[in-house]
Design a protein around this ligand. Structure first.
Ligand code: GMT
Length: 379
């Protein structure tokens, strides 16, 4: 197959899933064409089956907002025509699904039929998509997609509950590459961060409001009143400044480190004792899955798709959003020497169920199903 993939090329979960999916598909012998505005973060190597097409956005004084969606649609048309795409898979509805729709209509005028699969990742539905300024376009472009997938049952339900869409939504969860995300021996690193063998709490995110990073700091503050502990915060984003201020107010600065946007997050996870994800909304929780693959139990909220990943009392614990007290109690249970090894083992076993080799066939089978139905309908 010749597959086009459109995604955000940044550190975010949807871009990571799209890139890792493209890489995995390419290893099965298919040709993959990434179409984005810059080289995806995790696409930093050569593979004969992987191609990258950059979307050029011409500036013009008249454009207060350069029309990225139009440039993307034009690029999709170009790649579909010259690389003879069999299928286009767009990740994150806005603006990728609507750009794909426009490209598909342009291609039709050239008598080319291009099926489009849209994957809903989370905030494209739960936050941005519900915004009045985007909702009609999101509803329309989901309805016009030839295939739609969502990363959890919860996201599928939320899509049906909020948007007037009738098409079938296939749930295909996030996945993890266990050859990369595995617990490595990083004793020197651990010693540098936790010289007195303190317990290590880790959080990684894009520091947006939806991640409730302030809860991580409050949990840490309460935990360290009971046991010696350190906190590593990985990632960066709009809330970082407030979080730094909060750490100062709590007087915890010396025991908290901000590591910024690290690429080798598996190295940090390799020395972690517990992962904290108190999100307001989380359609799946890829960062938690990556932690579990590195044998790190997860303390999370019970929002969205998190209960589909994190098993309460086995791989970690779930609490109501904002219930810092409960999350603190649970963190202490997980860190208790009598329980920690069991939680670690369970976390790894759960992550193994989501390894890329288990999930990839769901995508390729789904592509084949969409292609078959699509070509039967255009005959
Ligand atoms: O977590 C983010 O804010 C990034 C966001 C994205 O779209 O890049 O992640 C979403 O997609 C991931 C991959 O499918 C999911 O694992 C995350 O749970 C989801 N984030 C939210 O729903 C907040």
């Amino acid at each position: 197959m010749n597959i086009g993939i459109v995604c955000y090329p940044t550190f975010g979960g949807s871009g990571v899933v799209a890139t890792e999916l493209g890489k995995a598909i390419a290893t099965k012998g298919h040709n993959v064409h990434f179409i984005t505005y810059t080289q995806p973060t995790r696409l930093d190597f050569f593979n004969e089956n992987i191609n990258y097409h950059e979307v050029d956005i011409s500036a013009y004084p008249l454009f207060k907002y350069p029309p990225y969606e139009l440039a993307l649609a034009s690029k999709i048309v170009d790649v579909a025509l010259y690389e003879k795409l069999d299928l286009l898979h767009v990740h994150y509805a806005i603006p990728h699904a609507s750009a794909a729709y426009m490209a598909k209509q342009i291609l039709l005028t050239k008598n080319i039929h291009l099926p489009v699969v849209t994957t809903l990742h989370g905030t494209d539905i739960t936050i941005v998509g519900k915004d009045k300024s985007y909702e009609p376009v999101v509803t329309f472009s989901i309805s016009q997609s030839d295939g739609v997938t969502a990363v959890s049952e919860s996201l599928k339900k939320e899509t049906y509950d909020f948007f007037k869409v009738k098409n079938h939504i296939e749930v295909i969860p996030n996945f993890v590459d266990l050859s990369r995300f595995r617990r490595q021996s990083k004793e020197h690193f651990r010693k540098a961060i936790c010289p007195q063998n303190e317990k290590l709490l880790v959080h990684t995110s894009n520091f947006r409001k939806v991640k409730r990073v302030q809860d991580v700091v409050h949990i840490f503050n309460a935990v360290r009143k009971k046991i010696p502990a350190k906190l590593l915060l990985v990632g960066d984003g709009p809330e970082r400044h407030h979080i730094e201020e909060l750490c100062r107010e709590c007087g915890d600065c010396g025991d908290i480190r901000f590591l910024g946007k690290l690429e080798m997050v598996e190295e940090v996870l390799s020395i972690a004792d517990v992962f904290i994800m108190p999100s307001e909304k989380e359609s799946f929780g890829l960062a938690a899955l990556e932690a579990m693959a590195c044998e790190v139990p997860v303390i999370s909220s019970n929002t969205g798709g998190l209960p589909e990943l994190n098993i309460h009392g086995e791989t970690g614990f779930l609490s109501n959003v904002g219930d810092v007290e409960d999350m603190t109690r649970n963190t202490l249970i997980v860190l208790d020497d009598a329980n920690h090894e069991t939680f670690k083992k369970n976390a790894l076993a759960r992550a193994q169920q989501f390894q890329v080799d288990n999930i990839l066939p769901f995508y390729t089978d789904y592509y084949n199903k969409v292609l078959k139905e699509f070509h039967a309908s255009v005959k």
